[in-house]
Design a protein around this ligand. Structure first.
Ligand SMILES: Nc1ncnc2c1ncn2[C@@H]1O[C@H](COP(=O)(O)OP(=O)(O)O)[C@@H](O)[C@H]1O
Ligand SMILES: [Mg+2]
Length: 459
């Protein structure tokens, strides 16, 4: 490995967006390097690296935004972003650092959308602007903090540039779906994107998505958990109208996606195959988390009912990773973000059509989390638990009502399908929490216990 690759092997696992945490990196290889901005030998430059991290025999691609400057010239405000000192592309040693923290470089990055020098040239990085969208330079990009799986830069009150960290060949679904929804009041208008041709691939790969910034918005998770907190403190808190409105908006977005992109129906035989996959996931998770195994027989019954659904199941492109953290609420109403799906899954799989009720299930699980979140770490209090459950029930009902009113398949008429999707999601959460946040394990486990304890729902 080159010196830079050695440095990256140490730096990568410490990044929040690195998805292979806990598994040793055997090898790092810089597959491509593009210089996007260069202020000459004395100034900073911005390189985009496509890096392959080899772990346990598999290679994952990541995008690294690498700043570089002459040694000992890193300004103090960038000291914490330093990666090390080494030659870049065989030149003299330079100090390399995370360019997302450098206001000078992030400002220049946005300006590249307007200069258009490289537009259209193959084999290079291309800055593409959507017809009708005008990109104006507007100063530095401020790094969004928070639990992000990618890295987003906010430019004033104008744009958000989301750089995708885990790269898969092809067009990122976040770009694809936002383009299909362009003009909808329920998404942030896409303005452009950055793409490159990865070696060995003929279709361009999306490196970043530029969208209009939605000002003065609060994210759904914050709004919902704040509401639950007030409720648990004895205040009169209600989220039902918001939940209903969110359901309505979700249905509208699903209809737009169905109009703009392919749709199909799943035959009963294919539905049964989906059920088999759920059974397999349940078996795997139960082997790891014994508390889940206790409830497995009832969950299996729900999957068996799902396998017997004998009507064709409508499928289409969906959000794919839908929860309260993926929606924001400005005054005008809910806006849906992040149509990327699950970033660790190959793009080709994420492009598969699926039942929109999967998204509905995702949001219903999220209401459960918003309520469960505030109980984590508190001693058991039956009254609070009841209040939290009641909050979940009311908001589930409101969301489903809004979804049906907005033109979506009425969740009440598809309870067997919905129940299976919800269990499947909760089983995934059990594994996730067992690996990442053991304190939270009780949130999905308690939901499964409650739902499994209830008599099977007809439908
Ligand atoms: N266009 C936008 N306007 C306002 N805020 C945004 C916009 N895009 C993203 N955000 C904020 O950034 C957060 C992360 O964005 P998201 O696309 O979900 O990235 P990730 O893939 O890393 O989860 C969102 O939850 C939201 O708070
Ligand atoms: Mg997100």
């Amino acid at each position: 490995m080159s010196q830079l690759e050695e440095l990256l092997a140490v730096w990568l696992p410490r990044q929040r967006w690195f998805s292979g945490k806990g598994i040793p990196i055997r090898r790092v290889r810089i597959e491509s390097r593009y210089t996007l901005v260069s202020a000459g030998p004395g100034g900073p430059d911005l390189n985009v690296l496509v890096v392959q991290a080899g772990q346990r025999g598999t290679n994952s691609r990541y995008q690294v935004l690498l700043g570089s400057r002459p040694p000992r010239s890193l300004p103090p405000h960038l000291a914490r972003s330093a990666i090390g000192v080494c030659p870049v592309a065989g030149g003299r040693p330079r100090v390399v650092y995370d360019a997302a923290h450098d206001p000078q470089l992030t400002a220049l990055l946005l300006e590249r959308f307007t200069s258009g020098e490289e537009g259209g040239r193959r084999g290079r990085v291309r800055f593409r602007t959507l017809p009708g969208a005008e990109v104006r330079p507007c100063g530095e990009g401020r790094l969004l903090t928070g639990e992000q799986s990618n890295t987003s830069l906010v430019y004033g009150r104008d744009y958000v540039l989301k750089t995708f960290r885990r790269l898969w060949p092809g067009r990122n679904p976040d770009l694809e779906l936002n383009m299909a929804l362009s003009g909808s009041p329920y998404v942030a208008r896409p303005c452009g994107w950055i793409e490159a041709d990865l070696s060995g691939h003929t279709t361009p790969t999306t490196l970043a998505l530029l969208q209009t910034f939605v000002p003065d918005a609060t994210d759904g998770w914050l709004l919902a958990t704040e509401n639950v907190r007030r409720l648990l403190e004895g205040e009169d808190a209600d989220f039902g109208d918001e939940a209903a409105r969110l359901g309505h908006t979700t249905a509208q977005v699903h209809s737009s996606l169905a109009r703009a992109l392919p749709t199909d129906v799943l035959s009963p035989a294919s539905t049964a195959e989906l059920a088999d996959a759920m059974v397999e996931r349940l078996a795997m998770a139960s082997a790891e988390v014994p508390e889940l195994a206790e409830h497995a027989p009832r969950v299996m019954e729900a999957y068996a009912d799902f396998a017997k659904v004998d009507e064709p199941l409508p499928i289409q492109r969906i959000h794919g990773d839908y929860h309260l953290g993926q929606v924001i609420r400005p005054d005008s109403g809910w806006v849906l973000l992040d149509f990327e799906g699950e970033p660790t899954v190959p793009v080709r799989e994420r492009q598969r059509l699926s039942s929109p009720l999967r998204d509905v299930a995702g949001m219903l699980r999220s209401f459960d989390y918003a309520a469960g979140y505030l109980l984590v770490g508190r001693p058991h209090d039956p009254e609070l638990t009841w209040a939290a459950r009641d909050w979940v029930r009311r908001n589930r009902d409101a969301f489903c009502r809004g979804y049906a009113d907005g033109g979506g398949a009425d969740p009440d008429k598809h309870l067997t399908v919905l129940r299976a999707f919800e269990f499947d999601k909760a089983v995934y959460e059990v594994l996730y929490e067992a690996h990442n946040r053991p304190d939270w394990l009780r949130v999905p486990l308690e939901s499964i216990a409650t739902a499994a304890g209830a008599p099977p729902v007809p439908g």
